[in-house]
Design a protein around this ligand. Structure first.
Ligand code: F6R
Length: 601
């Protein structure tokens, strides 16, 4: 969703800021803006709707120059998509400029109470915040720092914010603050930066200081001061982020999504290397995690979207290998309608970004109730990983395309390994995952096959279905989400046995129905369901596994252990979604209305 970058202490801030915004594009946004101070009490504010490239043009035409600045990509929440609502928002007299990630819950109340005489130029909660800073500076004679803190102190406890403020009167200083929304300070000898996503500023530094909730920081070209929620000066050590900046590039790929689909075999190997020793024993899962899970009488997996779908697969692993009853819940539901819990629950939060607001809400609630929590996330140092009792990394590398692919695969694998670490079995998961990696590569090498399926079966179609049973039903949900979120083909994924209970009435002549058929126990039944929809005119596409294949199946997956077949079955679905989207001429990496990191509830 929204993204923040800021920099101070460089010769020319604009190119850094614009490049940073470019790196944030993947998170989803609908407008962007930049403020650069000229160092002499003046500055440039440029904002534009739509893509960062439009902002780049406008800023270049305005000949913006200066040594410090802030910039933002906005995903509209309060107020529609417009130049006026884009950030930075400025105070009435143009002294203060503010960018903001998050939502101020009581902004209307604050506006009514403190700002009745002020003319507003946007519908944003952010403008209320910057006008308050201005008011407190002017009327109460406060310094920018104190006025900023006073504004923050008035925000409702539920408000989430990452703020970055500039004051014309201190043109080289950035004031940063955060709560429930990530914000990092990047330090280097050639300028300091502030960003909501380290990926945006890796070309300046790989050393970051993480701000804690309630912190306010003063960032100057050669100095960083941090004050905690009580106003005490605190030292926070920087951490070094070991990301190769080129990992966030597309390389020769036309889209990140295709690159990330192709990376899945490597990701599978990388995870195995990290979590298994040479003898195939699980490592790098602490005794504390193992003990906490062993003490549990039930596991609750909490997640959203694709991560929820990965949880549905993981559930089988925990029940089969760890022998612990496991439930999977959608975080946005769990947060406000908590089900009855067992006596000794253990919570697993699954997330690519580690920032999903719905999941964070559940984590907050669960921590208050005192139950043990583990986050399995791709972004290390993300809020969910920091705030849970335990964390395990996904090791998928940066995932940039909005549609999650390799993070899903990584989530399934890490859950499998975690569950397997409790198993009393001769099954050699390390060996089987090595086979999975080989077969994933083999499937991704057959792109032409999936392109042809997409072009022939989905061309001009408005709706489609993915069906399966058992583990295949779980994959069908993910397959359907992949297809609908990027190609906009309305796709339903569900348990095939449910067809006859209602949905079969939607089948018309030519309706595409994809069946995932990799589970031996239910293969016969699923064949029957495919026959039922075919008899009613559906265009059926069966994706089966070697031992269950029959002539006429559209694609036959190589064989690995049935429990791990989701890792193979999902790949054709990802590629079909990719090619169906290309066929429609749409932007694969940036589907409309969606954001990579969903930081609002
Ligand atoms: C879809 C997708 C989303 C995310 C969901 C949760 O391709 O990526 O459904 O899975 O928004 O996000 P994370 O995993 O970051 O918690």
């Amino acid at each position: 969703m929204c993204g923040i970058v800021g920099i101070t202490g460089v010769d020319d801030a604009l190119p850094y800021l614009l490049r940073g915004l470019g790196k944030l594009e993947y998170r989803g946004y609908d407008s962007a803006g930049v403020y650069v101070s000229d160092g002499f009490n003046g500055g440039y504010l440029v904002k534009e709707k739509g893509r960062v490239s439009a902002l780049v043009k406008k800023a270049e035409a305005a000949h913006v120059h200066g040594t410090a600045g802030i910039a933002h990509t906005r995903w509209a929440t309060h107020g529609g998509v417009s130049v006026a609502n884009a950030h930075p928002q400025q105070s009435a007299d143009g002294r203060f400029y503010l960018v903001h990630n998050g939502v101020i819950e009581n902004y209307q109340e604050l506006k009514d109470r403190y700002l009745s005489g002020v003319t507003f130029h946007s519908q944003t909660d952010t403008e209320v915040a910057v006008q308050l800073v201005d008011k407190f500076a002017k009327e109460d004679g406060l310094s920018a720092f104190d006025a900023f803190r006073k504004m923050i102190s008035l925000l409702d406890g539920n408000s989430a914010y990452g703020f970055l403020l500039m004051d014309r009167e201190n043109p080289d200083t950035l004031l940063a603050a955060k709560k429930k929304s990530p914000l990092l300070i990047g330090v280097s000898d050639h300028g300091n930066v502030v960003t909501s996503d380290a990926a945006a500023m890796l070309d300046v530094t790989q050393d970051f200081i993480e701000l804690h909730d309630g912190d306010v920081a003063v960032v100057k070209p050669k100095q960083v001061e941090i004050f905690d929620a009580q106003g005490q000066a605190v030292e926070r050590e920087p951490f070094h982020l070991d990301i190769d900046p080129t990992e966030t590039d597309k390389g020769a790929y036309p889209y990140y999504m295709l690159k990330e689909i192709d990376e899945q075999a490597v990701v599978a190997r990388k995870i195995s290397q990290y979590y298994f020793d040479d003898d195939g024993r699980v490592q790098n899962i602490s005794c504390a995690i193992s003990d906490a899970i062993r003490a549990a009488d039930r596991i609750y997996i909490v997640a959203a979207g694709t991560s929820f779908h990965a949880g549905l697969v993981g559930q089988r692993y925990f029940e089969k290998w760890a022998k612990i009853p496991t439930e999977v819940h959608v975080s946005s539901e769990f947060a406000y309608d908590q089900p009855m819990l067992s006596e000794h629950p253990f919570f697993i939060f699954l997330s690519q970004s580690g920032e999903t607001a719905d999941s964070r809400e559940v984590l907050d609630n669960i921590k208050r109730q005192g139950y043990p929590t583990l986050t399995i996330a791709n972004v290390v140092n993300s809020t969910l990983t920091r705030e849970a009792d335990f964390a395990l990394p996904l090791l998928a590398g940066p995932e940039i395309a909005v549609a999650s692919t390799k993070a899903y695969t990584a989530q399934v694998i890490v859950q499998a390994i975690l569950a397997y670490s409790f198993a009393d079995t001769d099954f050699n998961l390390k060996q089987e995952l090595a086979k999975v990696a080989v077969e994933v590569s083999a499937i991704t090498d057959e792109k032409e096959t999936f392109k042809e399926i997409a072009d022939t079966v989905l061309h001009n179609q408005r709706s489609a279905f993915y069906i399966g049973r058992g583990l295949d039903a779980a994959v069908a949900l993910e397959a359907a989400l992949k297809l609908k979120e990027i190609s906009y083909v309305q796709t339903e994924g569900f348990a095939a046995g449910e067809l006859k209970h209602g949905t079969i009435s939607l089948i018309e002549e030519g309706t595409p129905v994809f069946a995932l058929l990799t589970q031996s126990k239910t293969a016969g039944l699923l064949r029957g369901e495919v026959a039922q929809v075919a008899a009613r005119g559906a265009n059926t596409v069966i994706i089966s596994s070697e031992s269950l294949a029959r002539p006429g199946d559209a694609y036959v997956l190589p064989e690995v252990d049935e429990l791990l077949m989701p890792l193979l079955a999902v790949i054709p679905a990802q590629l079909i979604a990719y090619y169906a989207t290309l066929d429609r001429g749409l932007d694969v990496d940036r589907p409309r209305n969606l954001a990579k990191s969903v930081t609002v509830q």
